[in-house]
Ligand binder design. Structure first.
Ligand code: ADP
Length: 454
């Protein structure tokens, strides 16, 4: 791939003055890039080794509040430091910013330098290691859907989030003319990310006014999550540079389709597609059937990681391509799990449940864990469903609210076993807090509905 730099490349760019800034970033619970902007000389001389951040950054909500109830840190324990350890295999230029490079960091305990268990990158690495112990590696692709709006984020905020005009006036699914009108934003997104070492496949108009999708070539699971986080960040920054805005809020309007992040998954062994068996039905190997059975059986347990906010659940609406049923189907977009690439080496499962607000490290980790459990327990795959799954009364539902998903998360013996009690308790607390914050809010809807007529 073009783009990725070795540490020696970076040092050479710093020496010749073409890079003066290094962004040292880690990924927080919300999937955001957080960190520091280093003078490049300081980075290559000392900070490449390690830097530090406050440990509340992995125990906060999206507003940077400091909720109580996290075992890892608190006011009581004084909110100390974590180590940010740059992963020097992830150094890349940031071509949409002048003279800038970026490196992703792992988050380590300040005292023993062990990975912080609830850090999203550590959570994914643990499941990848479990899979490797079974002799497999995972390749994944996470699609990024989002909306573009005419106004800048600052103008929209100043309007109280009321001045929301999508960048296009009609459903632009696969529409070349409309997406030509958006090329001032989308072309730099594709080209800058490609130049940053992210294997962009394409962008396309999506099935709503102002909605776009970016596709990145499937890659080893950790790379896929790194690509997703950097791409999401780039999309927001490049839209901002162009004076408009991008949002990954899954459902911005009750009458509009929401944004998803579908996750394509396949397992490989020694470079061969382990999901493919040309003599089997659909070309689906027994391994793939067990993996999918695990994904389906445990979907209610891990739904929180595919839909972590109140708004995430507004997306799950009948007839919108956002599935709610834990069933699989062959190339059918109404099921939670779709078998793609039937009878080819590209045979894979696409999970269609996740929203555009998912954290790709957490989403991939919990799905890998479910697939591993399916393989270990040799779970039987139920028969495929056909037709409009929304109307299939027998098909099981995923939790329909954050409250319900929090309950299944908290009581999931499978996730406690796979991720650890500390990790499940940590994210359960985050989910509870999100609900508590919403529960004490008086919404515009309530005021308009009841002010005069109640
Ligand atoms: P769609 O028509 O649903 O957009 P695509 O053929 O464009 O399907 O593929 C969607 C995503 O699936 C792409 O990001 C692609 O890289 C990924 N993909 C293709 N083959 C595999 C595979 N074997 N494992 C995982 N992901 C894959």
């Amino acid at each position: 791939m073009p783009g990725l730099m070795t540490f020696d490349d970076l040092k050479a760019h710093v020496a010749d003055g073409s890079i003066d800034t290094v962004l040292a970033c880690f990924v927080d619970m919300q999937g955001r890039l957080m960190g520091k902007r280093f003078h490049a000389v300081n980075f290559v001389e000392t900070s490449f080794n390690e830097t530090h951040c406050c440990n509340y950054l992995l125990a906060t909500d999206i507003e940077m509040a400091t909720p109580d109830g996290f075992a890892s840190t608190s006011w009581q324990s004084g909110y100390g430091d974590y180590v940010m350890k740059p992963d020097l295999g992830t150094i890349r230029p940031v071509p949409w910013l002048e003279g800038t490079a970026l490196v992703l960091c792992d988050v380590l305990d300040h005292h023993d330098h062990l990975p912080v268990p609830h850090s999203p990158r550590a959570i994914l690495k643990k499941q990848i290691a479990r899979l490797e112990a079974l002799g497999f590696d995972a390749k994944m692709a996470t699609e990024l859907e989002f909306f573009l709006f005419e106004k800048s984020l600052d103008d929209i905020r100043k309007s109280g989030f009321t001045d929301l005009t999508p960048i296009s006036g009609y459903n632009e699914d696969y529409n070349i003319f409309q997406t030509t009108k958006e090329e001032n934003v989308m072309r730099p997104i594709r080209n800058h990310l490609f130049a940053a070492g992210i294997p962009i496949e394409n962008s396309k108009g999506e099935a709503e006014a102002g909605q776009e999708e970016l596709n990145i070539r499937y890659s080893p699971a950790l790379d896929c999550a790194d690509y997703h986080s950097i791409a999401k960040h780039a999309i927001k920054e490049i839209a901002w540079q162009q004076g408009c805005s991008a949002t990954f809020l899954p459902k911005w309007h009750k009458d509009r389709v929401g944004s998803s992040s579908h996750v394509h998954q396949s397992l490989w062994k020694d470079g061969e597609a382990a999901f493919f068996d040309k003599s089997a039905k659909h070309g689906m190997s027994a391994l793939m059937a067990h993996y999918m059975a695990g994904l389906i059986k445990y979907a209610p347990d891990y739904t929180y990681f595919l839909a972590p906010y109140i708004n995430s659940y507004k997306r799950f609406a009948k007839g919108t391509f956002a599935p709610t049923k834990t069933v699989w189907s062959v190339d059918n977009r109404t099921a939670g799990f779709r078998l793609c690439g039937e009878n080819t080496k590209g045979v894979r499962v696409e999970c269609r449940i996740g929203g555009s607000d998912l954290n790709p490290y957490l989403a991939q980790a919990v799905m890998l864990a479910a697939g591993i459990k399916g393989i270990e327990d040799k779970l039987d795959l139920p028969p495929a469903t056909t037709g409009d799954v929304y109307e299939d009364a027998k098909a099981a539902d995923i939790p329909q609210t954050l409250r319900a998903a929090t309950l299944t998360l908290r009581s999931s013996a499978f996730l406690r076993d796979a991720l650890g009690d500390d990790v499940v308790d940590h994210y359960t607390r985050a989910a509870e807090w999100e609900q508590e914050e919403f529960d004490r809010t008086v919404t515009d809807w309530e005021i308009a509905r009841g002010f005069e007529r109640a």
